[in-house]
Design a protein around this ligand. Sequence first.
Ligand code: TK8
Length: 335
Amino acid sequence: MIQRRTLVAFAATALLAAAPAFAQFADRTIKFTNGVNEDHPVGVGVKKMQEILAAKTGGKMKINAFWGGSAGNDLQATQALRAGTQEMVCTSSSPLVGIVKELGVFDLPFLFANEKEADAVLDGPAGVYFNKKLEEAGLVNLAYWENGFRNLTNSKRPVAKVEDFEGVKVRVMQNNIFLDTFKTLGTNAVPMAFPEVFTALETKTIDGQENPFVTIETSKFNEVQKYLSVTRHAYTPFLVLYSKKLWDQLSPQEQSVLREAAIEGQKVQRIANRQLNEKSLASLKAKGMVVNDVTPAEQARMFAKVQPVYAKNVPTIGADAVNQVLDALKKARGK
Ligand code: TK8
């Protein structure tokens, strides 16, 4: 009996060995562009994806990653995905509102209080809802990764209360809601693509910008910015997008390995990002930035001041999308 079983197992192994290895996978080099630099935790996520692809496809599927906006900005890359001339991009949701207006909900100021709330929204039915909208626009979202809570930096003056925003020239993402928010707060807001920000700060074309600590540090904005304000005014997720046109040409096995890789990448990326967040703040201080905390009372005043941004933009985003997120938030807050 034991002998027969052993024989059957032996035959099965022999059969597997005889089949051409990894036949379900084609040789593919996937172009994956990033605005952030490779030392951002997105680099940890991409590396994880590369390892999984190497192991599960016998090295047939590879990711060729580009960093620091060296292969164009996120909006250009996203359009290339839609046209089917590039496979992947990791982008903030914000520059994409012209393509999927519903994503604007993530741009509403002071919407999320912490990462737990963001995860609850993105990893639940609301996340699926936005994925569907993206897919209708020719974009397959493999996973939500993290940039983090955004904070203001500038070279003009310490910003700790509402009045301090007045007249500071701040770069915002190419996004109407951010433009509206920063105008409403009193700044002179200028939309600009991310790869142009460092030089614009260096040449004083603009006074400031806003991004999470980790992105501020890995993009070296501290070299050209003096003041950092812990405003935490928005959490705009990273989307890990694949061109739908090119996705539809993949075999089901290729698709499932890519999905798995992006989700495994998400796990290590989020952990790395959260571990680095406080370290980056300390390191930015050590490198000479003046850090201004924003008290909860001041944050509440900022929130009150930007209420018109909600009134003006919610109709454009659509009640459906806003309610998806608000419902998930209510649940996450236990209400
Ligand atoms: C990285 C961008 C960037 C974003 C921005 O490509 O534009 O400020 O926060 O970090 O997605």
